[in-house]
Write a protein that binds this ligand. Structure first.
Ligand code: EPS
Length: 395
């Protein structure tokens, strides 16, 4: 079973990511991971923190001589900002210092500050927000980058682009570029519509001037997935449900759509379902193709061989420089929420994180179906499946 876990606080010493269940023999170097870490740090509207950090992964285990060993892959990403926070975030007990600096006692509406203080019985919301911070997603992107590297061995690729930001829709190009990220990464907002981008930047500037924040939507497209990942037989094996859970777990994501998504509920069946044709060349999909891909590459929780298309919608960040009303927890008196340094928007970064989470779920489902302890074994198993699909006749 492919799985990963992360650890680390936003202004702590470092972030840690452990990916377990990856096959042996996968070529892997730190640079394969660093490219995605750098992509996650981009985006107009980020705060000053991104100028401090320059994320780089150190591989601690599970890789030798540029190849994975099949053992857990442990990674560390140091927080450069730690040097400015050592006193505040020091893990050691601090005698005679009951009032730590930068305590947060005026919880931000929309943030986990308040629920976390109550649940974990903390008087300083910093004990909650340091882990809730989207800085944690760096460690997810590290694990996702290895999954992406694995999927590339099977010609499965992923890209994403921003389709909405702060009230502005981006138009899709007539023809999607073959390498979406190559084009999206050139844009400050990771959008494929340059006109919309200008308008989005203007909205970000205006939001910043008024101390506000903006949300948006990113779309992930995964190409090359064979028919048969996930299963219809049990609720927790459905690929669509697993993808939705993975994307919903990204901080501030409030909705996930697959294919047509919510729009499918408004249309008649004939305008929703993708008609089927035989297609000799399309072995990966069982010598079949759909005339359209409104289903977003899955039917009944099983991949159908079309592109997987998922969208994640992010609410505006809950740290506002013009703070909303709250209470001071010590006195329960009305107060203004804490206004910590933050981003105006992080939608472009969220798209990169959504790619990582999609890569993880697809790699996990792929390994579930084809198994294998080494890359060569997984490849043999996959090729056996493709030849069986190819040889299918009369049924
Ligand atoms: C975040 C607040 C900001 C963001 C941070 C997420 O950090 P800081 O409080 O240090 O200014 O920059 O995102 C990252 C550090 C990152 O790597 O994405 C928050 O409160 O969630």
């Amino acid at each position: 079973m492919l799985r990963f876990t992360t650890a680390g606080e936003s202004h702590g010493i470092a972030l840690v990511s452990i990916l377990e269940g990856m096959v042996a023999g996968l070529p892997l170097v730190a640079a394969d991971i660093d490219v995605d870490l750098a992509r996650r740090q981009q985006g107009y509207g980020r705060g000053r923190r991104m100028k401090i950090e320059s994320d780089h992964v150190e591989l601690l285990s599970g890789v030798r001589g540029g190849e994975t060993l099949g053992s857990p892959i442990a990674m560390i990403i140091h927080n450069r900002d730690w040097k400015n926070w050592q006193e505040i975030m020091d893990p050691a007990p601090r005698e005679g210092d009951p009032d730590r600096k930068r305590q947060v006692t005026r919880p931000r509406p929309g943030h986990v500050d308040l629920s976390g203080m109550l649940k974990y019985d903390r008087s300083d919301a910093r004990d909650v927000l340091e882990r809730a911070s989207a800085r944690e997603t760096t460690a997810r992107v590290a694990a996702g980058a290895i999954c992406r590297r694995f999927l590339r061995e099977f010609d499965i690729t992923l890209g994403s682009h921003v389709v909405h930001l702060g009230g502005v829709d981006a138009k899709r190009p007539q023809k999607m570029p073959a390498d979406i990220n190559k084009v999206a990464d050139e844009s400050e907002l990771r959008t494929l519509d340059r006109d919309a981008e200008e308008e989005m930047i203007a909205r970000i500037d205006a939001a910043k001037a008024e101390g506000n924040t903006l949300g948006g939507i990113a779309e992930v497209i995964c190409d090359g997935v064979p028919v048969g990942l996930g299963s219809h037989v049990s609720w927790d094996r459905k690929l669509d449900g697993r993808l939705a859970a993975a994307l919903m777990s990204i901080p501030a994501v409030k909705a996930v759509e697959i294919g047509l998504g919510v729009e499918a509920a408004r249309r008649k069946g004939s305008d929703v379902h993708d008609e089927i044709d035989a297609d000799e060349r399309n072995v990966r999909a069982g010598r079949i193709r759909r005339r359209s891909n409104r289903a977003g590459g899955m039917e009944g929780g099983i991949s159908n061989g079309e592109q997987i298309v998922v969208r994640a919608a992010m609410k505006p960040i809950s740290t506002l420089m013009r703070p909303l009303g709250t209470i001071e927890m010590k006195t329960r008196e009305p107060a203004q929420a804490v206004a910590e340094r933050s981003d105006v928007t992080a939608v472009p970064a969220m798209g990169v994180i959504a790619e990582a989470m999609t890569a993880f779920v697809v790699a996990q489902a792929f390994l579930e179906k084809f198994g294998g302890d080494s890359l060569a074994e997984t490849r043999r198993n996959y090729q056996g499946y493709l030849s069986a699909l190819s040889d299918r006749k009369g049924r």
